[in-house]
Design a protein around this ligand. Structure first.
Ligand code: PNW
Length: 496
């Protein structure tokens, strides 16, 4: 707890809760919304999402007033949500029509937030690419087409919502979009490397008929880097002066410690793993230069080049902040054998126990997620040192151990989550006070239990319990406590 320390967070520290369109909205066929790659992916047979889909999800589309009432009750100052591209432009492309009903829905949501005094934080893309763009040219696999279509979509959002929205996030976790869709289970990596996420392309996952995990993640990654870049340039050229907002990107990435702290090769492995996770996007976007050299060395010409024109665009795009999605940390152990063609982690083994069998952190309700607040502090310091931009934590949270099997009354008592938040907020304060990091905001993931992508409706990340039969919402204890956790760490206006 932070009582002994002077208030660490400035009075204008932004905090609130986070969600994403496909995970909560439902109403997938209403008001002329076009399909996204997640609609298609969730309806594949046999199911790749544990039988779950976002057809109804939390029905937020119809119940958003109720959800904003929760935000007010919880004392949130800000709310991060994402816009469904195919509600705004059902076919997605730059020459395709804008859907007035989609504009109306988000205008209504934004107005309602502003009336409540809650600052809207808008993510333009949280993995739900319009299916029509995937069908037309392969979506993110076409670097040139996709960045032009994304720019147009971003411009429509700036134009229509920018009078009330000053905080923009272009893309959520391009790493997951690239890898999980192609390999394991995240977006660059989950969508095109492991095939675990939409569009579900992979050459290493036997459930996938199409894909090339050796090349596609890296192409999709470049398409997203250039899309972000174009949106930032468009904002800076045509909207910033009038709208006076800020624009950033949310990158995920764990912190890695060496598996054997006495082995230099494991130190190098840990650093390399983080370069493959974060540097992949952060080098071009924040340092305006090529991918990390360890990626070039391992991937050779499978990693797309930046042309002179691309580099000029990277240099022209000034991104205001680093959005950090942080959940957990791991140990990295070097491998002696050469990297396989489909490796996307920098040829390291990822482990939750180190050489002396010490766990990296306490187990949560999900296998990949252990609570590691001490390493979160190191992560914040590393990211700030390398990229030197103000950091907003745009996601942080966990399911409690056993929560997926609990009744509502059991689940709303969530001491594990309370400790997780409390210890991670301490890490933020220490990083600011002792390490000099500039951290300006925090969003807990998530406002509601929701569709956890390929894990379906099992893992519950919400601070609000959602009954997926009745859609009734019930606040968990953590939801009501966060306000106090911030109050006790935050200065009052005029104090500092
Ligand atoms: C993030 N992993 O994704 C997303 O931005 C959210 O939409 C999601 O609900 C949340 O984290 C919780 O998972 C991740 O397997 C998904 O390492 C999976 C992983 C990491 C992040």
């Amino acid at each position: 707890m932070a009582q002994s320390m002077p208030a660490a967070l400035p009075y204008d520290f932004e905090w609130g809760f986070s969600t994403a369109a496909y995970q909560i909205e439902g109403a997938v066929a209403e008001d002329s919304r076009g399909k996204s790659i997640w609609d298609t992916f969730c309806h594949l047979e046999p199911s790749r999402t544990k039988g779950a889909n976002g057809d109804v999800a939390c029905d937020h589309y119809h119940r958003y007033e109720e959800d904003l009432e929760l935000l007010t009750r919880y004392g949130a100052k800000a709310y991060r949500f994402s816009i469904s591209w195919s509600r705004i432009i059902p076919l997605g492309g730059r020459d395709d029509p804008v859907n007035p009903a989609g504009i109306d829905f988000y205008s209504g949501l934004i107005d309602a937030l502003v009336q409540r005094g809650i600052t809207p934080w808008v993510t333009l893309y949280h993995w739900d690419l319009p299916q029509a763009l995937h069908d037309r040219y392969g979506g993110w696999l076409d670097v040139d087409e996709s960045q032009r279509d994304f720019e147009r979509y971003a411009r429509v959002c700036f134009e229509r919502f920018g009078d009330q929205v000053q905080d923009w996030i272009t893309l959520n976790e391009p790493w997951i979009q690239s890898i999980f869709a192609t390999n394991r289970s995240c977006c660059c990596v989950k969508g095109y490397a492991t095939g675990g996420y939409a569009p579900g392309r992979s050459s290493t996952n036997e459930q996938c008929a199409e894909g090339n995990s050796a090349t596609e993640p890296w192409i999709v990654g470049k398409a997203q880097i250039m899309s972000h870049t174009r949106a930032v340039i468009a904002y800076n050229q045509d909207f910033r002066q009038k709208q006076k907002g800020r624009i950033g990107i949310s990158l995920n990435g764990d912190f890695y410690e060496p598996w054997d702290s006495a082995d230099d090769r494991d130190h190098a492995a840990a650093e390399r793993r983080m370069e493959f996770h974060i540097g992949w996007f952060a080098n071009p976007i924040f340092l305006k230069k090529d991918y990390p050299s360890c990626m070039r060395e391992q991937l050779g010409d499978r990693l797309p080049e930046f042309t002179d024109a691309d580099l000029a665009m990277l240099r022209a795009a000034e991104t205001d902040f680093y959005g950090m999605n942080y959940y957990t940390s791991q140990f990295a152990r070097h491998r002696d054998s050469p990297a396989s063609e489909t490796d996307f982690v920098g040829n390291v083994e990822e482990l939750q126990l180190n050489k002396s069998d010490t766990p990296v952190g306490e187990e949560s309700g999900l296998g990949w997620l252990r609570s590691c607040p001490g390493l979160f502090r190191k992560h914040l310091a590393r990211v700030y040192r390398l990229y030197a931009k103000p950091i907003y934590i745009t996601e942080n949270g966990c399911p409690c151990p056993g929560e997926d099997r609990m009744t509502r009354d059991e689940a709303i008592d969530d001491p594990f989550r309370i400790r997780y938040f409390d210890s991670h907020l301490d890490a933020i304060c220490q990083s600011m006070q002792e390490d000099g990091s500039e951290i300006k905001g925090y969003f807990a993931w998530a406002l509601l239990d929701n569709l956890e992508w390929s894990d379906g409706y099992g893992p519950r990340f919400g601070v609000t319990f959602t009954d997926f039969n009745t859609l009734e919402r019930t606040p968990k204890k953590s939801a009501l406590l966060l306000k106090n956790m911030f109050a006790e760490r935050q200065c009052t206006k005029g104090a500092a």
